[in-house]
Design a protein around this ligand. Structure first.
Ligand code: FAD
Length: 459
């Protein structure tokens, strides 16, 4: 006999818990199923632990720079990796346990711990139990992709999840993948004191960004002593005693990098291959992402997909926004949709990159008339005062509508500053609204109006 619910949620990522609590609060009988750790990737292996580690790494970096600020530290700077991990674990545990307690104490909500698999479009199996419902909400997220690189089966390696158990300083960490996850770990471990080499197949780092952004990020990382090997088209691995050798076959430099530890950061795949989606008839695309419409409905009536597994976003804020869209439509009579969302995210190297909307390359490709403003952080008073002048801010505006098309802000506090631009984009207001705004002095954001007063036609 199956237990019947009004709604079943699979996965406790960034959409599932809020959705479960909201539906239960609306009077539905709800079940939520989690097979690993409450809170999913962001809480346990993603945003929260990495940003906690980035904070420790920054503390070490600033301690080493103390003399520049006139502060003398009369002993050597060492990083206690056990303490670093302990601090991270405390922050993660607080969040993870918070989600678990919240779910388990919510009335009309039953929590199942186990792997959920669809039997058909109305039933899932969790261990020995069968659960049925009229509505299913899939929030199963993703995991690190492990591509079949030559030699991969002969070496041991970390991914973003197993890196969370590291409580020692690798002598030489080789990071395969020069994109968002790889760069955060690379800089963090360099600051912890490891030698670090980034091996990237493409000709530049973070290839979705503009070339000037990639170049500035490369300069920031190289200034800290990180080795970067680009165009490593024939990556292969081999065990050499206690070490790992990575053949990078780059166009210049040594063909092999010898490291003590290896981190694979080469993208993510959705957790949809073991969910029995074929039993329910739910359509996925070639890469395994569940296909959804603008209100996150799959092709099967009553089944929705939220978060990373639908391929419409890859961030905590996009997953949470999926929850808002689904409840707005189901409970509030408010027709919110995914296409109302503006692309926005940050890369948490230090200084961070804050991004909103289109890149310069995308604007150029669109062929529209545009205006461009660029200001180096060396011309931002607050950055000079803090002696953190790496990077630049770039904004693109539609020359006809005057609406902001996009921004790439690379510099101190830019993960926050970007919101001054993002909110005006959401308001669909002309850029002149911010240009005439009076911002607080001295902040990085105070230079956004100035930057918008210096726009030039995009050549
Ligand atoms: C290293 C790293 C750093 C990141 N940093 C950031 C950042 O700074 N900012 C940001 O916005 N995003 C960041 N992200 C991305 C962010 O973590 C995800 O976008 C976010 O977690 C959204 O995930 P989700 O809601 O789709 O599901 P997830 O958080 O992935 O959770 C899915 C849950 O479903 C469970 N599950 C899967 N299959 C089943 C099943 N069959 N049965 C039961 N349960 C199942 C899983 O165990 C998991 O708990 C980072 C990711 C990584 C890897």
């Amino acid at each position: 006999m199956a237990t019947t619910y009004d709604a079943i949620i699979i996965g406790t990522g960034q959409a599932g818990p809020s959705l479960a609590v909201r539906l239960a609060g609306a009077g539905m009988k709800v079940a939520i199923i989690e097979r690993k750790r409450f809170g999913g990737t962001c809480v346990n292996n993603g945003c929260i632990p990495t940003k906690t580690l980035v904070a420790s790494a920054r503390a070490a970096h600033m301690a080493r720079r103390a003399a520049e600020y006139g502060v003398r530290i009369d002993s050597s700077i060492t990083v206690d990796m056990k303490k670093v991990k302990e601090r991270k674990d405390v922050v993660v545990r607080r969040s993870n346990e918070g989600v678990e307690k919240w779910l388990k104490s919510t009335e009309k909500l039953t929590v199942y711990e186990g792997h959920a698999c669809f039997e058909d479009a109305h039933q899932v199996r969790v261990g020995d139990e069968r659960l049925e419902a009229g509505k299913f909400f899939i929030n199963v997220g993703g995991r690190a992709s492990i591509p079949p690189l030559p030699g991969i089966d002969q070496v041991s390696y970390f991914n973003n999840s197993t890196m969370m158990d590291v409580d020692f300083r690798p002598e030489h960490l080789i990071v395969i993948g020069g994109s968002y996850v790889g760069l955060e770990f690379a800089q963090m471990y360099r600051r912890f004191g490891s030698e670090v080499t980034i091996v990237e197949m493409g000709p530049r780092l973070i290839q979705r960004e503009d070339e000037d952004v990639s170049e500035a990020v490369r300069a920031i990382l190289e200034t800290e002593g990180i080795n970067i090997r680009l165009s490593a088209e024939c990556i292969a691995m081999e065990k050499r005693g206690a070490k790992v050798a990575v053949n990078v076959d780059c166009s210049s430099g040594d063909k092999t990098v010898l490291g003590s530890h290896l981190l694979l950061a080469v993208g993510r795949v959705p957790n949809t291959d073991d969910l029995g989606l074929e039993n329910a008839g739910v359509a996925v695309n070639q890469r395994g992402y569940i296909q959804v419409d603008d209100q996150l409905r799959t092709n099967v009536p009553g089944i929705y997909a939220l978060g990373d597994c639908n391929g419409r976003g890859a961030f905590t804020h996009t997953s949470y926004n999926d929850y808002e869209i689904v409840t707005a439509n189901l409970l509030d009579g408010d027709p919110r949709q995914v296409s109302d969302r503006i692309t926005a995210y940050a890369l948490y190297i230090d200084p961070p990159l804050g991004r909103a909307g289109m890149t310069e390359a995308e604007v150029r490709k669109s062929g529209r008339k545009a205006l461009l403003g660029i200001r180096p952080m060396a011309r931002v008073g607050r950055a000079v005062e803090k002696a953190e002048t790496q990077g630049f801010m770039k904004v693109l505006v539609d020359a006809e509508t005057k609406e902001i098309l996009g921004a790439s802000l690379l510099g101190i506090e830019c993960d926050e500053v970007i919101h001054s631009i993002l909110d005006v984009m959401y308001a669909k207001a002309p850029y002149t609204v911010i240009q005439r705004a009076v911002h607080i002095h001295p902040t990085v954001t105070e230079l956004i109006p100035t930057l918008l007063g210096e726009l030039k036609p995009l050549a």
